[in-house]
Design a protein around this ligand. Structure first.
Ligand code: ATP
Ligand code: PRP
Length: 325
């Protein structure tokens, strides 16, 4: 490990040179979920107020709190080894700074939260109904690079370009793309935009603003990313395994039930488990006890089907943590 960070060393009175640096969103939608994930992974730290760096007490690691939008830059340049951000932010960054052999981020893990889509939206009431209708008009977004790439392709396709939709950096874009840092949904009502490109999760913000989605630019979720050459590969693997364990534990529950042996095959088809269900004989009976991991979101239906298949004493238990190969 050889990184020279004199400023950070002075500010904290501690050396960061021998620590893996891990960037975490300092605010916004991903912040609290990331803190919960760190806690579940037993990454212990104390963050002084106003300070965006926290030393981890029980691992040679330091957390760096950064805006989600900046994390791909720091990780991509190898200034920070690991980070959590949205796939949308990585895509936006890579539009501007394409990865090379030595720079750019590597996706390590889909974290299964922060799910949303970057969508082209227009007023619900109005003449615009398809993305092509916005060509030559004003489009407001926080994702100017992805939006420019999207409309460049659309304009080229519409012009029947010989490049067959390939982007051409030299052609002047007809569509006017403007940046705003937040509250993008207000732009149409305020007359700044004819359409917007903004994130949609539940769709509530879009509906309340009187907008409808007409196309998807990128589907996103939170991801764990690493630099191309992290300072400590072993520690990256250890943190990845811990985070994966927490994510899996949140995604699954442990389901146990009793079933008569002649109904076991049908029951096991309902709960195949991650690898296979664990089956234990109940002493001096024709009954067996079955244990299997079940995806939390399918649990109610699985329990209904198990009951129909003759299972009884069905229990579902929260998994605190997990680890698998
Ligand atoms: N409504 C949402 N639902 C799920 N994930 C979202 C949502 N909005 C944003 N995200 C994800 O969170 C990331 C960070 O967005 P967010 O707007 O919360 O950050 P920010 O701009 O740093 O914070 P703030 O808006 O509070 O200033 C996005 O790039 C996206 O991946
Ligand atoms: O589909 P929904 O569930 O309504 O979520 C979408 C909204 O969430 C995000 O904004 P956020 O609330 O984070 O604030 P911002 O507008 O300041 O970015 C996004 O930019 C949308 O406005």
């Amino acid at each position: 490990m050889s990184r020279s960070l004199p400023f950070l060393t002075d500010t904290l009175g501690n050396s960061l040179n021998d620590r893996l640096l891990f960037a975490v969103p300092k605010k916004g939608r991903l912040h609290q979920v990331c803190l919960d994930l760190l806690q579940g992974s037993d990454i212990q730290f104390h963050r002084h107020s106003r300070l965006d760096i926290a030393l981890v007490k029980n691992l040679p690691l330091a957390l760096v709190f950064l805006p989600a939008a900046d994390i791909p830059t720091f990780v991509g340049e190898g200034r920070v080894d690991l980070g959590i951000t949205g796939r949308d932010q990585v895509a936006e960054h890579e539009c501007m700074v394409p990865p090379t052999a030595t720079s750019g981020v590597v996706e390590v893990l889909d974290l299964d939260f922060g799910k949303c889509s970057l969508q082209v939206q227009v007023p619900m009431k109005g003449e615009l109904s398809k993305p092509e209708d916005l060509i030559g008009k004003n489009v407001v977004t926080s994702f100017t690079n992805l939006t420019e790439q999207y409309f460049r392709k659309l304009e080229a396709e519409q012009a029947g370009s010989a490049t067959n939709g390939e982007t051409n950096g030299q052609t002047k874009l007809k569509t006017h793309i403007k940046f705003v840092g937040g509250s993008v949904e207000a732009a149409c009502a305020l007359g700044v935009a004819d359409g917007i490109v903004d994130l949609v999760e539940s769709g509530e913000t879009m509906r309340v603003a009187g907008l409808k989605a007409i196309s998807t630019v990128v589907a996103s979720s939170a991801i764990l990313v690493k630099s191309k050459h992290p300072s400590d590969d072993k520690l990256v693997d250890l943190i990845t395994a811990r985070i994966k364990g927490v994510i899996t534990a949140q995604k699954y529950v442990l389901c146990t039930y009793n079933v008569e042996r002649h109904q076991l095959e049908a029951a096991c088809k309902i709960t195949p488990g991650k690898r296979a269900p664990t089956v234990t004989s109940l002493e001096n009976t024709d009954w067996v006890a079955v244990q299997a991991m079940v995806e939390r979101k399918t649990l109610a239906v699985v329990m209904d089907r198990l009951t129909e298949a003759g299972a009884t004493d069905i229990l579902a238990m929260k998994i605190e943590n997990s680890r698998s190969g």
